[in-house]
Design a protein around this ligand. Structure first.
Ligand SMILES: *Cc1c(COP(=O)(O)O)cnc(C)c1O
Length: 389
């Protein structure tokens, strides 16, 4: 909050932070420094760049911009969101215990269970919407509490400030995966989180044309460790990818407003639709996490889920019938996407367990893009007509 009053606003930083006109040509946009190495004036006398796995000016500009947007002192960008997560886990070291939310991104769950558990890590999954459950799990010491908010696909809200208190009281750190909200809507470090991780593939890149990740922190020792580990283990982004994300960031604030406007309109329309059982959107007053969401987010975002009053087959038919909403996994791009978690992203979970976790057979997840909202609503309308006749 403070820095908002002292320095330039979010939109100005999204466009300018971390970037200077190119010193050799004056190019206003940071060039794609497509090079693997840098010529030295004399042995070990160089301009701050030695070899491109370690650093690259395009990547450095991206890291400066991301750090400014999250209000972080340190940022390490990576080749993917999971690359950032691998760096964070590697930094914790064998034997580390992590308390994680139950409603985690599937790839994160797979990384925990299929890779790092075999390396001696311990993961316990709890309902992180209830800080008491996290406190109970921390009776046995853990290095980290790892959450997403809002979560996927049920858009549950975790209370960042409350969980930071619980974690810190037991010498654990709180990590927030901020991919769904983006720093435009939510800055976890301001609420007490220690580490923020991003899949920049989603809202930050914003155009579904690049895969990337980032980890941010205010802790100097950790920040230094992440930068070194990205270099030493290798999941660094190439300069083109860094450039594309940097370019995406320049419109983040404008895109997010439109994502939110469109999602709000669609939610309103869905809530009065006879074929819709339930709408999951933290902006709705009857959402159990609404109050917390409005405390830690400036708006409720562009992601929503809805339950069709129907079967798995109806869900599949519906998302095969939309024409503007493309049937695809991923999210956060300018274009609208739809997916059916029970048969796609969450198909590996047995039906009984899925239902117990609150995921209905007819659940659909929408990543609302920034097209004209009337066209999006008309698209959903015709999909209802095709699905239910
Ligand atoms: C996509 C995603 C990731 C993984 O990021 P990649 O860039 O695909 O490696 C992690 N967390 C969340 C919430 C995501 O949506």
């Amino acid at each position: 909050m403070d820095r908002e009053n002292k320095g330039p606003g979010f939109g100005t930083r999204a466009i300018h932070a971390g970037q200077e006109p190119d010193p050799t040509t004056g190019a206003i946009m940071t060039p794609v420094y497509q090079t693997s190495t840098y010529v030295q004036d004399a042995p070990a006398e160089h301009k701050g760049y030695v070899y491109a796995r370690g650093d690259n000016p395009t990547r450095r500009a991206l890291e400066g911009c991301l750090a400014s947007l999250e209000g972080a002192r340190f940022c390490t960008s990576t080749s993917s969101g999971l690359g950032a997560e691998s760096v964070i886990l590697t930094a914790m070291g064998t034997g580390a215990r992590v308390i994680a939310g139950k409603d985690l991104y599937g790839g994160t769950y797979r990384l925990f269970e299929r890779v790092f558990r075999d390396l001696g890590f311990e993961f316990e999954y709890v309902d992180t919407t209830n800080p008491d459950r996290v406190a109970a799990a921390l009776e046995k010491p853990a290095a980290m509490v790892w959450i997403e908010t809002p979560t996927n696909p049920l858009l549950q809200i975790n209370d960042i400030a409350a969980l930071a208190d619980v974690a810190h009281a037991r010498d654990a750190r709180l990590l927030v995966d901020n991919t769904f909200a983006s720093p435009c809507l939510q800055r976890p470090l301001e609420h007490g989180a220690d580490i923020v991780v991003h899949s920049v593939t989603k809202y930050l890149g914003g155009h579904s044309d690049v895969v990337g990740g980032a980890v941010l922190t205010n802790d100097e020792e950790l920040g230094d460790k992440y930068a070194k580990l990205a270099n030493w283990t290798g999941p660094v982004p190439g300069p083109w990818d860094a450039f594309l994300v940097l370019r995406g960031l320049k419109t983040l604030h404008v895109r997010m407003e439109r994502h939110c406007d469109n999602a709000e309109r669609i939610v309103q329309w869905l809530c009065s639709h006879p074929r819709v059982g339930k709408v999951y959107y933290p902006g709705l007053k009857d959402h159990p996490g609404h109050d917390v969401a409005m405390r830690q987010m400036s708006r409720a975002g562009g992601m929503l889920s809805m339950e069709l009053a129907g079967s798995v087959e109806d869900g599949k038919r519906f998302c095969s019938s939309t024409k503007i909403f493309a049937l695809a996994e991923s999210l956060g791009g300018v274009e609208s996407l739809i997916e059916h978690p029970p048969s796609m992203t969450h198909a590996s979970i047995p039906a009984e367990e899925r239902r117990k976790a609150g995921m209905a057979d007819g659940l659909l997840r929408l990543s609302v893009g920034i097209e004209d909202v009337d066209d999006l609503i008309a698209d959903l309308d015709q999909a209802f007509a095709i699905t239910f006749g």
